[in-house]
Design a protein around this ligand. Structure first.
Ligand code: HEC
Length: 197
């Protein structure tokens, strides 16, 4: 009996060793590092453009003009940045103001991971995924800063009743209010063609 158990253990060990040795070689290995660099450059440039324009209009013309400016130009701006950087840039969220920015399944999974990491007191950082042989996605968190509260904070406190009324007119299904400083607002979702130049 003892011998047969020993033999079985040896046999299993041999099978395991053989399977490992002759297992399929990885066909293709994906290195996320250069994509993290590239994505973070595109994301930083896009954030700089959007927030500089927004601050300019807010400073000169006030919050309500800036709301209308945002609603007219957020998409044209990300479209022209996409053309400039040869990729597709969008912002996605689980709590939309403009329903076109609703997160898809891939984006939702990452947003949910980040939300639970934040709850556990962990830091959140950008993620890269090769979703098809041709496509690499770069995702980076968007957090609430002081400036954002004017239009995404508490209604009646940071958001004035007049500005809330304007938001309701432009976005009847607005779900993007009630945020606090540091909250996860959404993500940059940047699609690259899977070739490094
Ligand atoms: C002057 C008002 C205003 C300010 C300030 C503002 N936003 Fe927004 N935000 C808007 C409007 C309006 C939209 C909808 C744009 C559209 O139609 O695509 C929007 C949309 C977004 C979206 C896209 C997702 C969605 O819900 O449609 C994100 C992400 C976002 N804002 C984050 C921020 C962050 C982060 C800040 C601060 C750095 C900020 N916003 C400051 C008005 C504002």
């Amino acid at each position: 009996m003892r011998h047969s158990i020993l033999a079985l253990v040896l046999l299993l060990g041999l099978i395991a060793a053989c399977t490992t040795a002759s297992g399929p070689e990885p066909v293709h290995s994906f290195d996320p590092t250069p994509w993290l660099d590239k994505g973070s450059r595109v994301q930083a440039a896009s954030f700089a453009v959007l927030s500089t324009k927004l601050k300019g209009v807010m400073g000169k013309q006030g919050v309500s003009e800036a709301i209308q400016y945002c609603s007219l130009t957020a998409h044209p701006l990300t479209d022209s940045l996409s053309a400039m950087y040869d990729c597709t840039i969008r912002r996605a969220t689980l709590q939309t103001r403009n329903p076109i920015n609703q997160a898809n399944d891939y984006e939702s999974a990452i947003l949910e991971d980040w939300a639970s990491d934040l709850k556990d007191g962990k830091e959140i950082t950008a993620v890269v995924q090769e979703i098809t042989p041709d496509t690499v996605m770069y995702y980076a968190p968007i957090r609430i800063q002081p400036l954002c509260l004017n239009c995404h904070g508490q209604v009646g406190q940071e958001i004035t009743p007049e500005n809330f009324a304007l938001l309701q007119t432009l976005y009847p299904d607005d779900r993007a209010t009630g945020y606090a400083l540091g909250d996860l607002r959404g993500m940059w979702s940047i699609r690259f063609l899977n070739k490094m130049d």
